[in-house]
Design a protein around this ligand. Structure first.
Ligand code: ZN
Length: 136
């Protein structure tokens, strides 16, 4: 597992509260970029988990995250007779695959170049847990 000793990689932890939720991590990612001294270039955000993911979407109306999770839950039901994974969390694995484990965000003058309505979200699909987010 990657840790804080990896040169050029910042990390932080997020404690999720629900089985499925989207947690805004925009401010923590910006803080990591600042801590790295990144002025211009690209920031990569990576979630080293198999049942959590990272995405970028609307951060103004929380109902957007609610609706997105509702659709994802409908697409990938929690239980399905066809699932074989004995741990019982196949749906969470599939959702993490669909959303993805990383995002790349342009950085200019030390600031994430997100759109007005965009935020960075950790997507929890098998919580509540403590999750780790790497930024480089
Ligand atoms: Zn599993």
């Amino acid at each position: 597992m990657a840790d804080a000793a990896v040169a050029g990689v910042e990390h932080f932890e997020v404690a999720t509260a629900q089985r499925t939720e989207m947690v805004s991590i925009t401010s923590q990612v910006q803080e990591a970029v600042t801590a790295m001294g990144r002025r211009d270039g690209v920031c990569h955000v990576f979630v080293p988990h198999t049942t959590a993911a990272v995405t970028i979407n609307e951060n103004a109306d929380p109902e957007v995250a609610h609706d997105a999770l509702q659709v994802i839950d409908r697409l990938v039901p929690f239980s399905d007779a066809a699932y074989r994974h004995l741990e019982g969390n196949s749906a969470a694995h599939v959702k993490a695959i669909l959303v993805g484990s990383s995002e790349a965000i342009p950085v200019a003058d030390g600031r994430l170049q997100l759109g007005t309505w965009q935020g960075v979200f950790l997507c929890e699909f098998d919580g509540p847990r403590r999750r780790r987010v790497l930024v480089c």
